[in-house]
Design a protein around this ligand. Structure first.
Ligand code: HEM
Length: 140
């Protein structure tokens, strides 16, 4: 049961991370596209499908199987789990921010620069590195 839960958790986080790393990249390309162009309209469809069909369900199942695994492991009072949970909460905030940026692009009302999205794209990567170290190395 425990191994199955952890396997489903890792499958979920791989899908979630794939979206968190790809969506800001689409925003970089979207900044280069002319408002109203066919290219801009195609990017809107890609962004909407990536967020709604992949990232939202993957984030939900990452939390469900992660908390269920924590329950089985009784990890609640362990330092590594607290640190991991703080990083995952930050990752969830980034996910929500990406959702609001998508709405701005959908309304042709994006005001942020290409450089902003290139910088923003680094944040999920750095959090992912810290999360994996906390959960596998368990430094405290
Ligand atoms: C969404 C909330 C999350 C919760 C509540 C959570 C909780 C957990 C728990 C309790 C375990 C079991 C640890 C063990 O068996 O020693 C685990 C395993 C794991 N988690 Fe998460 N996690 C979450 C999100 C994430 C994210 C976002 C990532 C990656 C970016 C991640 C990566 C992993 C990995 C790689 C394992 C397997 C570790 C191993 O086999 O030793 N988790 N998670």
């Amino acid at each position: 049961m425990y191994e199955w839960l952890k396997a489903l958790h890792v499958i979920s986080i791989i899908a979630w991370m794939a979206g968190l790393l790809y969506l800001p990249r689409l925003y970089v390309y979207h900044c280069q596209a002319t408002v109203g162009s066919e290219h801009s309209e195609t990017l809107k469809v890609m962004e909407r499908r990536l967020l709604h069909a992949i990232m939202n369900p993957a984030m939900l199942s990452s939390w469900i199987f992660g908390l269920w695994t924590a329950f089985e492991l009784d990890a609640w009072d362990q330092g590594w789990f607290h640190a991991k949970l703080a990083m995952v909460a930050a990752l969830t905030v980034l996910h929500m921010m990406m959702g609001s940026y998508r709405k701005a692009f959908e309304a042709d009302a994006n005001t942020r620069s290409e450089r902003f999205y290139r910088m923003f794209n680094e944040a999920p990567t750095l959090l992912m590195i810290a999360i994996v170290i906390f959960v596998i190395v368990k430094p405290f």
